[in-house]
Unconditional design. Structure first.
Length: 134
């Protein structure tokens, strides 16, 4: 069903966020050129509308594109934002920095099933690292 597809896509996205959070807090540093030269600052997630997100280590202020992983949402599932969203789970205390908090202590990311617009899931990533779904 469409609701199940959206649920699965949201769960996969949350799993990816939790992976980034855990990798940052345990300071998992990949064996790549960029990260061997620079400090591991955390793990970055880039949400690229309409339907892609990328996760990777953030070393020396740059996303390590040799170690990142891109994921596409399932067919008919999109992020509703018009703009790219960048989040970084930092290695220090798991704090999250974001370029799109809109003045809140969280970043809101909405996934929508495009065949029925009343089907949405809202993911909030808080500055302290908490991840909530509504």
């Amino acid at each position: 069903s469409r609701a199940q597809t959206l649920q699965n896509a949201t769960q996969d996205f949350i799993t990816a966020l939790q992976f980034a959070k855990a990798s940052a807090s345990s300071q998992v540093k990949p064996d790549s050129t960029l990260c061997s030269l620079g400090t591991l600052d955390g793990y970055q997630i880039i949400i690229s509308p309409p339907n892609e997100y990328t996760i990777g280590p953030f070393c020396g202020g740059v996303l390590d594109t040799d170690s990142d992983k891109k994921t596409l949402l399932p067919t008919n599932t999109i992020f509703t934002t018009d703009d790219e969203i960048k989040l970084i789970f930092g290695t220090v205390r798991g704090h999250v920095t974001s370029d799109s908090t809109q003045g809140n202590d969280y970043t809101e990311i909405v996934l929508e099933e495009t065949q029925s617009e009343d089907l949405t899931k809202t993911v909030r990533v808080y500055a302290d690292g908490r991840i909530h779904v509504e």
